[in-house]
Design a protein around this ligand. Structure first.
Ligand code: PPE
Length: 303
């Protein structure tokens, strides 16, 4: 799948095909890694990374949660991302930093294993399939339960956590859906496998609390955008059947951006984009492209 020329690994820019690790690396066996997902957008010919500082703050925090001491601080990692985008000549791309326990010894105890770190960039289109942003997606509630915070660290974007997402995603695809909505251990709505969720009802927005979901940066941006548009945002417990009777529903995330949900568990929610989703999606896409003065503070320009 070679997409670009260079990937950064442990202090060096290496050719895409040479960015390899040993098969006995701890992370492969035990999921001991953390990662981020960030997007850069073409702002009139200049790549602009959306909320880079916030993403790298979360990356450093994820590492802290799983006891990975990084040799690079947030500022240094930001300057590497800047250089990597330029070196690969990209105007827009997805950015994937990952830090993990590498090759050293086997067994669950990771503490003697080295800590490796890498950053890759590549162009990435619509996350939930072509046309998803325009037409909306069909989703299901999964039979897999989202993490209990004392089983997996919900504030860490940790590699191992994602087996839960992978199971729910495969189940969705097998059921002819694009994505799964996951319920938390007490049965309330949590999030998608790689997105946060919003509902619209009677002109107000609803989204679950962050206690047992990832503190999404798109979620936070969408809350601000919605409030600026005059829509009240209610952060509260949400039940599964509340989705069925909502006027509109949508996923948000770096990769998914603002993706409308048209059907949940075979119940129709909307014909695709509803009017509120439409307005929020449009504002979000304008914000990331640098077209709204107020939100330019969210953009890091690679110049
Ligand atoms: N919840 C989960 C579980 C999640 O993985 C993401 C991002 C979000 C919410 C939204 O967070 P944010 O990107 O900060 O708004 N998922 C990333 C990984 C997707 C993947 O398949 O890999 C992403 O969107 O980049």
């Amino acid at each position: 799948m070679k997409e670009v020329d260079y990937i950064w690994m442990d202090g060096e820019f290496v050719e895409w095909d040479d960015a390899k690790i040993h098969v006995l690396s701890h992370v492969i066996h035990y999921g001991t890694g953390v990662f981020e997902g960030i997007r850069a957008y073409d702002n009139d010919g200049v790549p602009a990374v959306f909320r880079l500082d916030d993403h790298m703050e979360r990356f450093v925090n994820s590492a802290k949660i799983i006891n990975l001491e990084l040799d690079y601080d947030k500022e240094k990692l930001i300057s590497i991302i800047d250089e990597l985008i330029s070196k690969n000549g990209l105007k827009s791309c997805y950015i994937r930093p990952v830090a993990f326990r590498g090759y050293g010894s086997m067994g669950v105890n990771p503490l003697d294993n080295p800590i490796n770190i890498s950053i890759a960039v590549w162009p990435w289109g619509e996350y939930l399939g072509e046309g998803a942003l325009e037409n909306g997606v069909k989703v299901q509630t999964t039979s897999w339960t989202r993490h209990h915070p004392n089983i997996f660290p919900t504030k860490a974007k940790a590699s191992g956590n994602y087996l839960n997402s992978v199971m729910a995603k495969m189940e969705a695809v097998e059921n002819d859906c694009v994505e799964s909505i996951m319920l938390n251990p007490t049965g309330y709505v949590a999030e998608g496998t790689g997105e946060n969720l919003f509902l619209v009802r009677d002109g107000e927005l609803y989204t679950p609390q962050t206690a047992d979901v990832l503190e999404g940066i798109t979620r936070d941006s969408v809350i601000q955008i919605s409030e600026d548009l005059g829509y009240p945002v209610n952060v509260e417990k949400i039940t599964r059947d509340q989705i069925y009777i909502s006027d509109e529903a949508f996923f948000v995330g770096t990769a998914a951006e603002v993706t409308p949900i048209k059907k949940v568990d075979r119940r129709k929610i909307s014909d695709g984009k509803g009017p509120v989703t439409d307005e929020i999606q449009e504002r979000y896409m304008k914000a990331v492209k640098g077209e709204i003065e107020k939100y330019q503070k969210w953009l890091y320009k690679v110049e």
